[in-house]
Design a protein around this ligand. Sequence first.
Ligand code: ATP
Ligand code: MG
Length: 388
Amino acid sequence: MATQVLVRYGEIALKGKNRGQFEQQLLHNLKAAVTDFDGKVVRMHGRFMVTGPGEHGDKMIERLSRVFGVVSVSPVSETGLDLEDIKAKAAEITGQFSPGQKTFKVEARRSNKNFPYTSPEISRALGSHLQQLFPDLVVDLKQPAFKLAVEIGFDRAYLYRERTAGPGGLPVGISGRSLLLLSGGIDSPVAGWLAMKRGLFTEALHFHSFPFTSRRSQEKAVDLCRKLAAYSNKIPLHMISMTAIQKELKASCPENLGIILLRRMMYRLAEMVSGRRNLQALVTGENLGQVASQTLESIDVISRSTGMLVLRPLLGFDKREIIGLAEKIDTYETSVLPYEDCCTVFLPGSPVTKPRLDVVEKYEGLLDMESLLGGAIESLETKIVGRV
Ligand code: ATP
Ligand code: MG
């Protein structure tokens, strides 16, 4: 038997042209989420209906409930527009699910005003029918243990009892294209998720220091992208080696400026990758005040290495809140695996917290920027990471 899933989205805030774009992008993303199950998506008065093979029902619901823009999803049963048919279907669903559940409520919604009964009339008719068939059921409108919803559409009626929450937000792709600077830490995957939540298509860039960092630390970046891809289908992941740059910085610059200089090189390389891939903004997991490289002065000096827009979605979050989100999106366990990051390899003892731009630029003036950046870009490898 086929599975049918009703997909609801947040229509309230949508107006005019935005609404059309939102629905178009959401339709595209929903199709991409179920295409390998042969799922079909159709638009249906302010909702989407997804149909696919019954054996993939649970998996399809899981996928659909991670598409940004989706507010909630429900597996539904459908009948013709006849009150007797609807009653029979309601009885069938209740028989399957209600054992042990004594309080219930029927909630009807009528999009099709030509249907001859009003919503309260439908609710009452179904409620009393179910009570006759299942004498243990007691109506409780406030806190029912079991809720049966009925939607009267234009051609069919839809019945369901479960609702799985979606992530909300805007469909990925609608707001533009960004590049996430993805370390192996807790913060950057969460920052990427938040950027995607606001409709940004996101590619990722990871800097490594192989062979000073292990292959496993690169695989960690792949694993994190895979977790994020559950929300956006696919994430192109770029990897660049910082080994030569780090060696040069260590040899010719003061140790306490190391992190600032390294970050500025990262931003420049990120800008180069963005140019090639037509990406409009950088996204980082920076969060004011956590570490020496994240004081206002440091963030300022680091930012001045690029002309690109840099988005920092975590700026207003406490660490506890970031960890909570990382757990929710299932990146936390991967992030805390103890593989060394490229920044920890050559980390200076006490980095400056108030770097001066003129001093930083003086040291950069001594470097052969073109060959350092050119050499690093040559190490670029790209992998398309799909969802699990
Ligand atoms: P995270 O948990 O994301 O590593 P953090 O709190 O440890 O963040 P930093 O190590 O100062 O902060 O890094 C700040 C930001 O710089 C990261 O959130 C990330 O966006 C970027 N970044 C740091 N290291 C790397 C790396 N190896 N590859 C790509 N981006 C990086
Ligand atoms: Mg880090």
